[in-house]
Design a protein around this ligand. Structure first.
Ligand code: NAD
Length: 267
């Protein structure tokens, strides 16, 4: 890609994306620029990724063709006010923030700005991110494809209607946290039965990775895949029955509902 990518804010999510982009070589390091609030963070990023850094958001805005707003949702207005007179005429503004709409971006810039709303997740760090995205009408299909190309450098992308974007954090943006809980719980269960801690994490994490791949690569319904593991009268169906008694699936759906409720109240 022959574009300059700017990050306003270089926290956890931005760094996961930067790491994924740098590892994929989709863009040369000297074409990636990120701003942060402190010299300490900038030095850390410079040392780790060898990209261009700046203490000044405006400096990033001035050079970026694709400008990624990677600050918390409640800081968007403030940051946009600071950079709006500096952005390139054809800059594509990308937000990664939960609950920030395309309309919020347009309103804050006060012009017909090209805007993309995305919801990535931190497995971007290992090239296995999942990003849902949608764009406003000022972007051409070609420009949106470019943004998708950038995001696929660290995982998969899926176009989602904007009205569904508030629900996306609950299913892919935040859900790595639930999966880590699951892995930790499975490992604890293993340790409880005498399996050494490190082996327990590996066994649990690889089982989760493998099961996810089975869903994605075979296209078989998750219920059918579950059935294939459950021998009649066997041990697995006992575990499934115990999970059902403890409302495993209901607990996850309730957690997702809470997540979306919070997303809608973030601004
Ligand atoms: P974070 O706190 O790690 O990062 C935010 C960064 O912004 C911090 O480093 C902070 O110093 C910096 N910052 C604050 N004010 C700034 C300013 N005025 N100018 C420049 N930088 C400034 O948070 P995060 O988890 O990386 O979240 C950032 C955004 O990413 C949020 O909007 C969040 O909704 C979104 N997001 C996060 C995740 C995740 O898993 N962490 C997933 C999807 C989306």
């Amino acid at each position: 890609m022959n574009k300059t990518i700017g990050f306003i804010g270089a926290g956890k999510m931005a760094q996961a994306m930067i790491e994924g982009i740098v590892k994929s070589h989709v863009i040369p390091k000297e074409k990636i620029i990120a701003s942060a609030m402190t010299e300490k963070t900038l030095e850390k990023i410079k040392r780790k990724y060898n990209i261009v850094t700046s203490l000044h958001n405006q400096e990033v805005a001035r050079v970026a063709d694709i400008l990624i707003l990677a600050v918390k949702p409640d800081l968007h207005e403030l940051v946009i006010e600071e950079i709006q007179s500096e952005i390139k005429q054809k800059a594509i503004i990308v937000t990664i923030a939960a609950g920030i709409s395309l309309m919020d971006i347009e309103r804050a810039f006060g012009t017909k700005v090209r805007a993309v709303r995305t919801m990535p997740n931190t497995p971007a760090l290992v090239g296995e991110g999942m990003t849902a995205l949608c764009a406003n009408d000022y972007l051409s299909e070609e420009e949106l494809l470019e943004v998708e190309h950038l995001f696929t450098s660290f995982g998969q992308t899926e176009r989602v209607e904007e009205k569904l974007m508030d629900a996306v954090p609950s299913i892919s943006g935040s859900s790595p946290a639930y999966v880590y809980l699951l892995i930790e719980a499975m490992a604890d269960g293993g340790v409880r039965q005498g399996i050494p801690r490190e082996k327990a994490y590996r066994l649990a994490a690889q089982a989760v990775l493998g099961a996810a791949k089975m869903v994605l690569e075979t296209g078989i319904h998750p219920g059918e895949l579950k059935d294939q593991v459950c021998t009649p009268g066997g041990a697995t169906i006992e575990a499934v029955a115990a999970l059902e008694r403890n409302q495993f699936r209901g607990a996850i759906m309730t957690a997702m509902e809470s997540c979306t409720k919070k997303v809608k109240s973030l601004l």
